[in-house]
Design a protein. Structure first.
Length: 99
């Protein structure tokens, strides 16, 4: 199930409690940087969040013949972005518990 499909299901079921949305995740990202380790297929993405915290994701290709830097960047970025969900979920839960 894609992220968009999940969000559509949440909306269609009328689930209105505070939650984190994909838009909120995307808006939390201030900058992104990439690095491919020389002689490897390992691509690393560092996402800097608006509060200055950095989240890192990685992607690697098993066969060097299949390595494509653009694809590696997409995979590494998505892996870094997925980590933001947990951080934002923790932040929201802390805010709800404090209220």
């Amino acid at each position: 199930m894609t992220e968009a499909e999940i969000q559509n299901e949440i909306v269609s079921k009328g689930l209105t409690a505070p939650r984190i949305t994909p838009q909120m995740i995307d808006e939390s990202i201030l900058a992104e940087q990439y690095y491919v380790f020389p002689g490897t297929t390992l691509t690393v993405c560092a996402l800097t969040l608006k509060n200055g915290y950095q989240v890192v994701g990685e992607g690697a290709c098993a066969s060097p013949e299949n390595f494509d830097e653009a694809i590696g960047r997409k995979i590494a970025r998505e892996n870094a972005r997925k980590k933001i969900w947990g951080l934002e979920g923790y932040r929201l839960r802390s805010e709800l518990a404090a209220a």
